[in-house]
Design a protein around this ligand. Structure first.
Ligand SMILES: [Zn+2]
Ligand SMILES: [Zn+2]
Length: 345
């Protein structure tokens, strides 16, 4: 048996015939195992869904009670057997509840990592390295130019700007699941204690994070707050809101955007943001290559956008690698930065 007999790529996502399930399928299937709740990985309409409790809860928040026929929660480290395969979920360090899914059969192990990062994040369980024979990796930031650096340095930049412009509002664009809450937690870690304001699109997910014990301090809704109240404050909003009329309620706003893409000056310019913050929930080039090497896997499958450079790196480092042509990943979180459209602020 070879690892590719355990999982096979199909147009709807990777499939385990032994266990009769798909991982992060992009089309409705009978049984889906879901790595995390970003909408490109977690879709509604599957017959049965197996995922962490947090992923199931976040899917319910976004899609409503009937997002799947049946659901089953699994804890990190817990193993279930499906057909001839043993399935275990391990922390991916990407967002709350995110998991890598390990599938073992006949002494071979395949790991589908979903999205992951091996950088510190106060809002989720850290990435766990899982040795395997075949590793399926994302490639959102798989170019050597992407080095995310230390997120706390970027937070200092933001707080420096807030101190410099006490009469202006700071609007920080961040994806509503994961990035927004991490940003708030990092601000608290840096000692920022003032209330942080939220765009309406952030409210329910952020409230869910706090219900799971993530410390985010005092949060207020920006809706209904007057200009005077918003002077000198920080508001977190979806990146798309930075360019719309919604910003008019804020006094002379300074716009910021927290994303791994902010490493690229042209991207920051395209968004018209004054303060690009390089903070990503994905592994950067070093993170990807170090992780691939550390898994010990001899076979690598690559998804999510920038496959070529990573496939090439694997080939020159003694590993078999191939891109997976699964259409539909990267519609949420940082992979969709272009789909959000530019802004004219
Ligand atoms: Zn994701
Ligand atoms: Zn993804």
């Amino acid at each position: 048996m070879r690892p590719e007999d355990i999982l096979v790529p199909t147009p709807a996502g990777v499939c385990c015939k032994l266990g009769a399930f798909h991982i992060d399928p992009t089309r409705p299937v009978e049984r889906a195992l879901i790595t995390h709740a970003h909408s490109d990985h977690a879709r509604s309409g599957h017959g049965a869904v197996l995922a962490t409790q947090e992923t199931l809860d976040l899917m319910r928040l976004r899609y409503g009670e009937n997002f799947a026929g049946t659901t089953q929660a699994i804890r990190y480290g817990e193993s279930v057997s499906l057909g001839g395969a043993a399935v275990t979920f391990h922390p991916a360090g990407h967002v709350l509840g995110s998991a890598q899914i390990a599938v073992a059969a006949n002494g071979l192990r395949v790991v589908a990592s979903g999205d992951y990062k091996n950088a510190p994040d106060p809002t989720c369980v850290p990435f766990e390295l899982v040795p395997c024979d075949l590793f399926i990796t994302e490639a959102t930031f798989a170019l050597p130019v992407f080095r995310h650096g230390d997120a706390s340095g970027e937070i200092k930049k933001l707080l420096g700007s807030v101190a410099l412009f006490p009469d202006r509002a700071h609007l920080v664009g961040a994806y509503s699941l994961g990035k927004a809450q991490r940003l708030i937690a990092l601000l608290r870690q840096a000692g920022y204690q003032a209330p942080i304001y939220l765009h309406g699109a952030m409210e329910s997910i952020t409230r869910y994070y706090t219900s799971r014990g993530v410390h985010l301090g005092e949060l207020r809704t920006a809706r209904g707050a007057g200009k005077a109240e918003l002077a000198g404050t920080i508001t977190i909003c979806p990146p798309s809101a930075l360019g719309d009329l919604w910003t008019r309620r804020f006094p002379d706003p300074v716009t910021a955007f927290a994303s791994g893409w902010m490493r690229i000056r042209a991207r920051a310019r395209q968004y018209g943001v004054a303060l690009p913050l390089i903070i990503s929930d994905h592994a950067d080039w070093n993170g990807l290559t170090e992780t691939i090497a550390a898994t010990g896997a001899s076979e690598i499958w690559v998804t999510h956008g920038q496959e070529d450079a990573l496939v090439h790196w694997c080939a020159t480092h003694g590993r078999n690698a191939r891109p997976l042509d699964i259409v539909g990943y990267g519609d949420e979180d940082e992979a969709d930065v272009t789909a959000e459209g530019g802004s004219d602020t």
